[in-house]
Design a binder for this molecule. Sequence first.
Ligand SMILES: NC(=O)c1ccc[n+]([C@@H]2O[C@H](COP(=O)([O-])OP(=O)(O)OC[C@H]3O[C@@H](n4cnc5c(N)ncnc54)[C@H](OP(=O)(O)O)[C@@H]3O)[C@@H](O)[C@H]2O)c1
Length: 311
Amino acid sequence: MTEPKIALGTWAWGDTASNRYFGDTLSAASLKPVVTAGMAHGFTLWDTAYAYGQGTAENLVGELLAPYPRESYQLSTKFTPRMAGTGDHEMADMLAGSLRRLRTDYVDLYWIHNPDDVEKWTPELIPLVQSGKVKRVGVSNHNLAQIKRANEILGKAGIQISAVQNHFSLLYRSSERAGIIDYCQEHHITFYAYMVLEQGALTGHYDVDHPLPAGSERAKVYNAALPQLTKLTAAMKAIGERQNASIAEVATAYALAKGTTPIIGVTKEKYIASELRAEKVSLTPAEISQLENLAAQTQVDTKGFWEAPMV
Ligand SMILES: NC(=O)c1ccc[n+]([C@@H]2O[C@H](COP(=O)([O-])OP(=O)(O)OC[C@H]3O[C@@H](n4cnc5c(N)ncnc54)[C@H](OP(=O)(O)O)[C@@H]3O)[C@@H](O)[C@H]2O)c1
């Protein structure tokens, strides 16, 4: 199966009444149209993690994709070292839980979520690939040295990293500056860009007069920065209007233009049509550098609390 140009993310699906990162609790009924539209339009790669609501997002992904033939979609989920216990088979155990919730006997992509201990965790991927429960492996939030080291460890078993998943957006380009995107392109590794829309701050939906949902974690991160984003989002709007595209679609087109595969967190059916339009938006080199300059001028740092600097 070919990899879609845009993957769909499900972190927001993990929100629960007690854990309001995004500020909306999504139900299977509200997400069903998202999955139906996504699958109908070729968005067949679904990114999730046990960490998203301690299995809540994986359960929803498993339930909503169950009616489709398994070979018609790809599942991407993660081992999160920070959630591991002290047993001898922590990665295999976390994967077993994910497989159960996702209602499958294999995942297409399995990630190490954070580089907490590359020497300890990377070798644990090897038996999972050999067993067939994991088709391809990736590393997330790893810097260039950690990516290379993980590849060295896996290489001894004849396995290569097929993907890297890091934060990348107009406002957060540290993987580009660190040479990770170039390294991936040179080594046929897919670079998956997450938080391309900065969790809504780069969509135009939220601004000074319409802040992110009160009480949510993302509001705490982004609301204070919204005034600094005004000029940037105005330029994105103007560029988008020339092609009938929204601010969010320009943000996605930017990540595509940089040779990455964006993972877009989808919460509403209409966002599928939006991502289809984003695939058709073309940005000129002058538009890209205008947006990059304005983004740099915002001086907003959107590094997630779980991330380490890449350079
Ligand atoms: N590996 C990691 O450490 C890591 C970290 C972060 C994310 N991820 C992955 O990357 C995915 C994407 O990141 P994210 O979900 O945090 O943030 P994101 O993709 O930057 O933003 C998602 C939010 O933007 C809004 N949105 C989505 N599509 C839109 C569109 N077409 N037009 C307007 N608004 C739109 C929605 O907010 P509303 O619902 O408020 O409209 C949605 O919740 C995650 O779901 C997850 O799979 C991985």
